[in-house]
Structures are given as structure tokens and as C-alpha cells.
Design a protein around this ligand. Structure first.
Ligand code: GLC
Ligand code: GLC
Length: 819
């Protein structure tokens, strides 16, 4: 069952039924000003940091779901009936409802009693504001006398405090209204120099800024007293809950169309120029006035929208494919790339599952997110790498998270996740492979943001490696610390206190529990670093050290990690094996199979293939590959949070989608193109669209998890949008299955595709040039290259040179090489 469809031509997903199983959202903004918006206009906005600079309120656990947002009410002043063209919050029976989620914009449209309304929401490039562009058309035979009411509820900036500290907050709200613009200025009188504004293109009949004046006592957003009456109260908020609402009367003749623009924005004044006149308490509006004036003009709004579209077209042009599979094309060409930008922008901070107050920018998360976005946002990726590296500690370890506003490591979570530093190497290597910008290695970056500790990024990377080598366990495998990639495998935690954080509680000295996942990750990272050193520094010694260390861990990984038919996952704090056939539950885990094969462990002697066969046999389900089996049926003190979840959910044996592409890549490494693409398709959101009633989350983006086979709701997704799944699936399909892979020395084309495919075409922008790639598969094999031609000339290998400019034709024929 579906609730909409893909419009590939317009690059939109079109929802045709407002009551989707869950709110299906989109993101507005991509740099400083952000919003999330659902298919019924629910959601909220913030400037940079969803916790510290929240513009509007949202209540996650509300009933009905998703009932704070960017609302417009229409009232027929003759019949006194009113409705919301976005369905929520009034939830009338609309005709022709559609929500089109596009790239950085959302258009919600409907018809009610002969009045057609469409609202286009977007954030113009380089602005800190959002636009609501309302188009009204009278399809009736008679003139319509309408009232338009806008409505937002302001947040008092710090979203955490806003939701908890009422003894203070009910007293602090302040607003100003002038020239039809509502200014929200709580705390501007003291230490803040920023405010929000809510403006419109039309002359107002009235406004409201105090919530209860607008709604009426004991009423909700579905039935505001002001809208019912058709008249604003011109209330000025004094404490309590400040809102913004405009009243715009409109008369429309039959067939007449009118456009009305609302603007919601964030603005800062220099701290010494906050007030005008200077010794008053009135906001100085001199610098915000021109911004508001600009977007009151519909021509400028239209131009800003065109610029936004052009921007996204430009980003997506950098990689487009045409394969025989529509789901692959759709995700690669559009939605997966788009989701990669969202995860790059927001890490795990703000979605309908991430409240914006819980988590900052994750060290390991952001390094991985970058893998899917670096070709679209190289300059921002460079800046992000330097920000992340500045939160590294002198030990080589890292803060697990940092706050986006301050860029400081977050002490509440601390460090000691022993995988964290290694991901930085992967991110830097990906950045250099994409851009060829070796200068980043020389950038001087502090440790823990402490001035005076600056060292070249290059030195930071070496400390990442040392950090692991300094922390090897009894068998010579990396110690796990608080946890590795799997946040919930807490082998040193031993918590029996309700509510205690699994991730920050440590009750063991950490000198025994080892991680096979980190072993695999280490090998990959050490080899990347070795390749960097080889090309960048003239240090013969160092280029031996890293490959040696990698080789050593690879050998130990196989010796100690191999459990008979697959790789074990870890040793616990007592040295007992985890992820072994000897365990009662949790006998086999996905992560160590993926990472060890990527690290080349067991490739030469068939162990890798054996491990992957075990994944297929024991972990693969029609809805994706589950994280481990059998699921933990009870709480294990020695394992921690992983066993806290009911079987089949989250890390306890759900299809934890982030880890699935590691197996796709591993299958590609061993040449199994059919299997790799089969796994890709199982969790591909577009391929799951037809079962939207089971999947329930958005069919255009990946979710963190899909309930596993042990769960009563097997196949149900949760936690859509902000997940490492986006970047890793993008890497798996583009670099390993299609095989278009940036390297330090050129663009490698190394397809490992389903044998049924006749081939595919791709265009890839790479280091200033555009490559038009044609792959033919006449013998219907998964992998193997017979010939490669570049601009009509044969080359003897499959790494296409760096041209730096122009358009180049690459023609690759698969088959046995004819030598
Ligand atoms: C979440 C976290 C990520 C972690 C994963 C597995 O997605 O953001 O850091 O690796 O869960 O536990
Ligand atoms: C919980 C989640 C895990 C996430 C972590 C972040 O442990 O299960 O997925 O990474 O919280 O703090």
C-alpha cells in the first residue's frame, strides 16, 4: 500500500493522502537556518543549533502527533467555515490534497469548497529566513470573501530550557509589533543580540502574539477562537506563550488568483547596536528592514526559489546514473544524495526522532556522513574535518560529540569510544581522494580546542592510529573502551542501576574487552594512512610502520577472531567470546563480517566467503540483514544496552540499516554483484514504497532501523533521515556496486553489478572534469574488465586519469581481459 508516488521528472515525492502512517518530513535550509516540515506542515525551525537557537516550538510526544507547525488557516467570511489547506491542524475533508517534498522545499496544496490553496515553503540560499508562499485561487462561480490567518508558536531559544523551566519562562516572553511585523525578542533585553521576526507581504487587519488570546482558553490549534470569530485581538504577549499570527482579509473574484507571502526569520544585531534609539528597549530594525522588504516582493521570492533549484541541480549533476533498475537510479540520482546532505548538515541533531536537544555533532557519525557528501560539498567537508579534528584529544582519543554552535567537545558524553579516532582518517582520505587537496594535511589544528596545542592535521591522523596501537588487549586486538561503532555493546559498563547511562558508565578497567570490528576498521584506516604518507611525506620509515601494523592486526584478527564459520564480534570484560557459536544468544554479528572482509581479512583463503555465506544463512531477512542472531531475550549485565532492547529492535537484532552496506561492500569485494545488489534492494526505501503500510516511514529516505525478524512488527522502520545509513548506502552503490570510485590517483571504475544488467551509464564530476561513463556487460557477468577506453584510446588499467577540466568519455566493457 502506498500513500503517494515518486515524481522523478520534477525531483519530488508526492504524498496524496495527509494521514500517512507517521509524519513524513522534509528539510528546509542547508547552511545556517534550518527547518523540518512534515506533509501536514508540522515541524519547527532553528538557527544552526536545534537546542540553543530554536525559533519555534514543537512537542514530540504530542497527541495527535505532529501538531505544532507552520500553520495557515483560511476562513470563509460568508459561511464562517474555516480550514487548514495543509490538513493539520483542523483536519477537514480536503479535496486534491498533495504534499510535494522537493529539494529544500515543500509544497502542500488542496482544495476546499472551491478555494484552491497551495503553500510553498523554502529557505532561500544564504538567508536566515524561511518563506511561506501562499497561492489562493477562487474556483467558485461567485466572489469569495476570505480571511487568512498565519500562526507559529515561538520557542524561547533554548529548547531544553523551554520545555522544562516554566517558573522562569512563563514570565520572560516579549514581543514587538511594528509595520505589520511581529518581532519575538525574549531575552533580547538582557544578554541576547538576536531576535525572530514574522512578516508578511500584505496589509493586516490585525495580529496576535499571545497564544491564549489566539486560541482561547482550553482550546487547541485545531479550533482557534480568533479564526472561528474571524477577528484578531491584537494581543501583545506578556510572558506565557508568545506566538505570531497575522490576519489578512482577501476578496477573490471567480478564477482570480492571489499570492501572499509570509516570512519567518532570524536576525542578529551587533551587541552595541541592539536598540534604536540607543537607550530605549526597542529593537534596532535598520539591518533587518531591507531583508524583510526584499522578500515582501514576490518577484524576489520567485528568483530566490529558482536559485535554490539551480543550486540543487548543480549538486546532483556531479553524479547521475542510468541503470536498468529504477530504484537504484532514483536513490543515487536524487534521494540518497539529498539525504546525505541532510546528515552532513545535521548529524544526528534534529529530526522527528532526534529532538535537537539530545545530541550534538557526533565524531564518528560526522566523519562517516562526510563520505556521502564530500563530492557535493568539498569546501564545507574541509571545514567540517578541521572542526572535528579540533575536538580530538592529545591522547589521540576524541570527544564523542560536540555542540554545533560552540564547536566544543561535549563533556556530558566524554570520550573513550575506541573506534572514534579511526573514522577521522577515513574522512580525510575520502576528502583528498575527491579533491586532490593535500594542503589540508598541513592545516594546524588544536587538540580539545586549546590554543597553543595546534599541530598539522597530519599529526592528528597519526595519533588516531597510535591511539589504537596503545590500546591493544590480551590477544593483540583493539580494546573496545566504552563501545565501538555499536554504541550499545557496552562491555565495560555492568550497570544495574535504573536510568544510568549505558554509554558513560564504566565499571571495569577496560583492559580486557576487545573488538573485532575495531580490528577491521583499524586495518582499513592504517592502510589509508599509509597511502597518504606514501604520497605526501618523504618518510620511508613511516610508510613501513602503518602497513606493518595493518598486516599484524589482520593476522591477529583472523587468528583470534575466527570462530569456525564466521568472525567473532568481541571478547567481554572476562575474556569470554561474544558473537561465537558457543554463545547462547548473539552467536553471530554483522559488523565484524563486514569490516573484516573490507580489511581483507580472510580474502586469500576463503574465510571471507565463508563469513559472508554465514551472514546470508543466519542474518539475512527479506527486510534486510539483522544485526545479530539470536536476539537477546533477556538483559545481560556483561553486554549492556544491546540487551536492553526488546528482541528485534534497535541494536538488539533489528535490521540496523547502517551496517547493511558494509556487507554489500564486502560482497562486492569478493565479486558477488548479484548478492550485493540484492541486499541493496532489500533496504532501498524506493523499493519498499509498495509496502509503505508495513514500512511506515518515508519511502524516499533511509531509516536507522527496520524491526527485525524477532519483533512482532518485522519490517516496520523507525528513526528516518539522520543515520549513517545514508552515506554508507551511497558509498556501497556508487563506489562498490557501480564501482565509480575516487582514488588518490584518478577515478577508478570497478563495477560489481547484477549479472542480468546489460551495463549502465554514469556521469561523474571529478576534480574539475566531467566523466561520461558507459559500462557494457555483454557476457552478463558480475565483475571483470575486458577493456577500457578513454576518449577513444585504450588504457591498460581501470583508473581514469585526472584531466582537471573538460568532458571525457569512458567506455568500459566487462568480461575476461583479453591479454
Ligand atoms: C547510532 C549512532 C551511531 C552508532 C549507531 C550504532 O546511529 O548515531 O554513532 O554507531 O547508532 O549503535
Ligand atoms: C542509544 C541507541 C543508539 C545510539 C545511542 C546514542 O544507545 O540505541 O542507537 O547510538 O543511543 O547515544
Amino acid at each position: 500500500m502506498q500513500f503517494g508516488h515518486f515524481d522523478d521528472t520534477h525531483r519530488e515525492y508526492v504524498i496524496t493522502q495527509p494521514d500517512t502512517p507517521l509524519p513524513w518530513i522534509n528539510y528546509l535550509g542547508s547552511q545556517d537556518y534550518f527547518g523540518i516540515i512534515s506533509n501536514t506542515a508540522g515541524g519547527y525551525s532553528f538557527f544552526r543549533d536545534a537546542r540553543l537557537r530554536r525559533l519555534t516550538r514543537y512537542r514530540y510526544n504530542n497527541a495527535p502527533l505532529d501538531s505544532n507547525g507552520r500553520y495557515v488557516y483560511l476562513r470563509d467570511d460568508d459561511s464562517r467555515q474555516f480550514w487548514s489547506p495543509t490538513w493539520q491542524p483542523t483536519r477537514r475533508d480536503l479535496q486534491d490534497y498533495t504534499c510535494r517534498h522537493g529539494l529544500g522545499y515543500t509544497v502542500i496544496a488542496s482544495t476546499y469548497q472551491g478555494i484552491r490553496a497551495a503553500i510553498r515553503y523554502f529557505v532561500p540560499l544564504n538567508e536566515t529566513l524561511e518563506i511561506w508562499q501562499l497561492t489562493l485561487t477562487n474556483q467558485r462561480a461567485d466572489a469569495a470573501h476570505l480571511s487568512v490567518f498565519s500562526a507559529v508558536e515561538f520557542c524561547l531559544w533554548d529548547a531544553q530550557d523551554d520545555a522544562t523551566n516554566f517558573q522562569r519562562n512563563f514570565n520572560t516572553a516579549q514581543v514587538e509589533v511594528s509595520d505589520g511585523v511581529i518581532y519575538h525578542k525574549t531575552e533580547y533585553r538582557e544578554r541576547r543580540n538576536h531576535f525572530a521576526y514574522f512578516a508578511g507581504s500584505e496589509t493586516l487587519a490585525g495580529f496576535d502574539t499571545q497564544r491564549e488570546a489566539f486560541l482561547g482558553e482550553y482550546r487547541g490549534w485545531d479550533n482557534p477562537a480568533v479564526v472561528e470569530r474571524g477577528e484578531s485581538t491584537n494581543s501583545i504577549a506578556q510572558g506565557w506563550q508568545p506566538i505570531g499570527s497575522h490576519h489578512v482579509p482577501v476578496t477573490l473574484q471567480p478564477n482570480e488568483t492571489r499570492q501572499i507571502v509570509f516570512l519567518l526569520g532570524y536576525h542578529e544585531n551587533p551587541p552595541d547596536q541592539k536598540f534604536d534609539p540607543p537607550n530605549s528597549q526597542t529593537i534596532n530594525k535598520r539591518t533587518v528592514a531591507p531583508v524583510i522588504a526584499r522578500y515582501r516582493d514576490p518577484a524576489n521570492v520567485a528568483a530566490a526559489f529558482d536559485a535554490l533549484r539551480a543550486h540543487w541541480d548543480d549538486l546532483l549533476e556531479r553524479f547521475q546514473v542510468k541503470t536498468p533498475d529504477v530504484h537504484t537510479n532514483r536513490m543515487v540520482n536524487l534521494w540518497n544524495a539529498y539525504q546525505c546532505m541532510a546528515t552532513f548538515n545535521l548529524s544526528r541533531s534534529a529530526s522527528l526522532y532526534e529532538s535537537g536537544i539530545g545530541r550534538g555533532i557526533g565524531f564518528r557519525d560526522s566523519n562517516q556522513d562526510l563520505l556521502g557528501a564530500v563530492h557535493m560539498a568539498p569546501a564545507r567537508a574541509r571545514a567540517r574535518i578541521l572542526d572535528i579534528a579540533a575536538t580530538q584529544l592529545e591522547s589521540g582519543g576524541a570527544y564523542h560529540q560536540y555542540q554545533p554552535l560552540t564547536k566544543r567537545g561535549n563533556n556530558d558524553i566524554g570520550s573513550n569510544f575506541n573506534d572514534d579516532p579511526l573514522w577521522l582518517i577515513l574522512a580525510v582520505a575520502a576528502y583528498i581522494k575527491e579533491t586532490g587537496d593535500w594542503t589540508i594535511l598541513e592545516e594546524r589544528v588544536p587538540y580539545d580546542n586549546q590554543p597553543g596545542t595546534e599541530q598539522p592535521l597530519f599529526e592528528h591522523l597519526q595519533r588516531c592510529i597510535r591511539y589504537t596501537l596503545d590500546r591493544l588487549g590480551p590477544h593483540g586486538l583493539p580494546l573496545i573502551g566504552r563501545a565501538d561503532w555499536n554504541d550499545c555493546l557496552n562491555l565495560n559498563c555492568f550497570s544495574d542501576t535504573p536510568g544510568e547511562s549505558f554509554q558513560t558508565t564504566t565499571n571495569k578497567d577496560g583492559k580486557i574487552a576487545e573488538s573485532v570490528l575495531i580490528a577491521g576498521l583499524f586495518v582499513v584506516a592504517a592502510e589509508e594512512l599509509a597511502a597518504l604518507m606514501e604520497r605526501h611525506v618523504d618518510d620511508a620509515g613511516a610508510s613501513v610502520v602503518y602497513p606493518d601494523a595493518a598486516q599484524k592486526i589482520r593476522t591477529t584478527g583472523l587468528q583470534h577472531g575466527w570462530g569456525g564459520r564466521w568472525l567473532r564480534r568481541a571478547d567481554d570484560a572476562a575474556g569470554r567470546k561474544i558473537g561465537s557459536h558457543e554463545c547462547d544468544e548473539g552467536k553471530i554479528f554483522i559488523e565484524s563480517q563486514g569490516w573484516c572482509v573490507m580489511a581483507g581479512i580472510g580474502l586469500a583463503d576463503g574465510h571471507a566467503e565463508k563469513a559472508l555465506a554465514s551472514v546470508k544463512e543466519q542474518l539475512a531477512t527479506p527486510h534486510g540483514i539483522v544485526l545479530q542472531q539470536p536476539a537477546f531475550s533477556r538483559y545481560y549485565l556483561n553486554l549492556g544496552e544491546i540487551s536492553s532492547y526488546p528482541p528485534g529492535y534497535k541494536e538488539n537484532a533489528s535490521v540496523f540499516c547502517h551496517s547493511n552496506p558494509w556487507i554489500m561492500i564486502a560482497e562486492a569485494v569478493v565479486g558477488h554483484g548479484d548478492q550485493a545488489h540484492d541486499y541493496y534492494t532489500r533496504i532501498n526505501p524506493s523499493a519498499r514504497e509498495a509496502i509503505s503500510d508495513v514500512h511506515r516511514c518515508e519511502p524516499y529516505v533511509y531509516a536507522q532501523m527496520i524491526a527485525g525478524r524477532d519483533a512482532p512488527t518485522h519490517g516496520e522502520a523507525k528513526n528516518s533521515w539522520l543515520t549513517g545509513t545514508a552515506a554508507w548506502n551511497y558509498v556501497a552503490i556508487t563506489q562498490w556496486i557501480l564501482g565509480v570510485r575516487p582514488t588518490f590517483d584518478g577515478l577508478m571504475i570497478d563495477p560489481c553489478i547484477p549479472r542480468a544488467w546489460d551495463g549502465f551509464k554514469a556521469t561523474r564530476g571529478f576534480r574539475g572534469a566531467m566523466y561520461h561513463i558507459t559500462v557494457e556487460n555483454p557476457e552478463h557477468i558480475c565483475r571483470g574488465i575486458r577493456s577500457v577506453q578513454v576518449d577513444g584510446k585504450s588504457i591498460a588499467h581501470n583508473v581514469i586519469p585526472i584531466f582537471g577540466e573538460g568532458t571525457h568519455q569512458v567506455h568500459l566493457v566487462m568480461g575476461e581481459r583479453s591479454t
